[in-house]
Design a protein around this ligand. Structure first.
Ligand code: SF4
Length: 321
């Protein structure tokens, strides 16, 4: 493989809101707007932003669980947008997702063994006894006893259910895992265990993660690089250290001021005033953050900033730079 494991170029997703009988009220919401980034093999890129900013939609577009409105997604040197249905089916073995809600994502009528073996059966990997062996192996990999194969999801704790979701995601030896808010439905006491498991698995199986979370603190803990998303756009991207110590975009600075930090001397004043629910349609031109930005000036309301270099490997979309 010549380039990065994953390359996303100009990704766009529009949703039509309203139906034919509401034609006059029909509007288009641009949930993901010209998003571009790349991900090297073995790297973890954290995608962070508030609820509704388009980060989960981005993850689903990359896996082609949603159809992009425009843009290119190159994965393992193939353009996923151009693949036929059968080629896409084959490519999906190499890219898996871990969902936020470990209960909702597991079939309550199936035993754990059946849930983990399902992808093996779909892709016809091994016979029944080979699949049983693989299930036992995967249960051990995620820190559970192989006897868990006989249980049903409702017999498990939230943390155990998320481990089952991770085991199922690993079944087909993927190279890329999109982890979509993988710990936000779990008790705080369990979150660290699941995050440590994910980090362990990354080392052990050379996995590449797109780690999606609303919690910048968690993203900084997990990621090599961090991409910050606001109302469908990437507003800043850089290494974990640069985003932690020298955030440029006022939105990132605000997220950091709200995130718990180990060293209180690093805490910044909260810079984002509490305000209205962010609505992309209310900001038709200019910087989408300008209604909330304490540094906004005239140009911000008429000209949309684009991502530009603000340091080595560090880009921000803000007219201040
Ligand atoms: Fe604030 Fe203007 Fe920068 Fe947007 S472009 S973040 S409104 S200073």
């Amino acid at each position: 493989m010549a380039g990065p494991l994953l390359e996303v170029q100009g990704l766009v997703k529009r949703f039509d809101v309203g139906g034919a009988w509401l034609a006059r009220r029909r509007r288009v919401i641009q949930a993901v707007d010209d998003v571009s980034f790349s991900l090297e093999a073995g790297e973890t890129l954290g995608l962070v932003g508030e609820s509704g900013c388009g980060k989960s939609t981005t993850g689903r577009l990359i896996l082609r669980l949603l159809e992009p409105s425009a843009g290119h997604i190159r994965f393992e040197d193939r353009d996923l947008v151009a693949l036929s249905a059968h080629e896409l089916w084959a490519a999906r073995q190499r890219m898996q997702i871990v969902f936020q809600d470990p209960f909702g994502s597991l079939n309550p009528r199936m035993r754990v063994g059946g849930i983990i073996a399902e992808p093996l059966a779909i892709y016809r990997q091994g016979d029944a006894s080979g699949q049983r062996r693989r299930v036992a192996e995967l249960l051990e990999v995620v820190g559970l006893d192989p006897t868990f194969a006989q249980r049903y999801p409702h017999e498990l704790s939230g943390g155990q259910r998320q481990r089952i979701g991770i085991a199922a995601a690993l079944a087909l030896h993927p190279s890329l895992i999109v982890a979509d808010e993988p710990v936000s439905a779990l008790d705080v006491s369990i979150q660290a265990q699941v995050l440590n498991l994910l980090m362990d698995l990354r080392r052990r199986f050379s996995l590449t993660y797109l780690f999606i979370s609303h919690d910048l603190h968690v993203v900084l803990h997990m990621s090599d690089r961090v991409a910050v998303m606001y109302l469908g756009e990437l507003v800043e991207i850089g290494t974990r250290d640069v985003i932690h110590r020298e955030p440029k975009h006022p939105y990132t600075q605000g997220l950091l001021s709200a995130a718990p930090v180990a060293d209180p001397t690093l805490r910044r004043e909260r810079m984002i005033p509490k305000g209205e629910v962010a609505n992309p349609l209310s900001v038709p031109t200019g910087c989408r953050f300008h209604p909330r930005c304490p540094f906004a000036f005239d140009r911000c309301s008429v000209e949309r900033p684009i991502l530009r270099e603000v340091g080595t490997g560090h880009q921000a979309a803000c007219h201040l730079y």
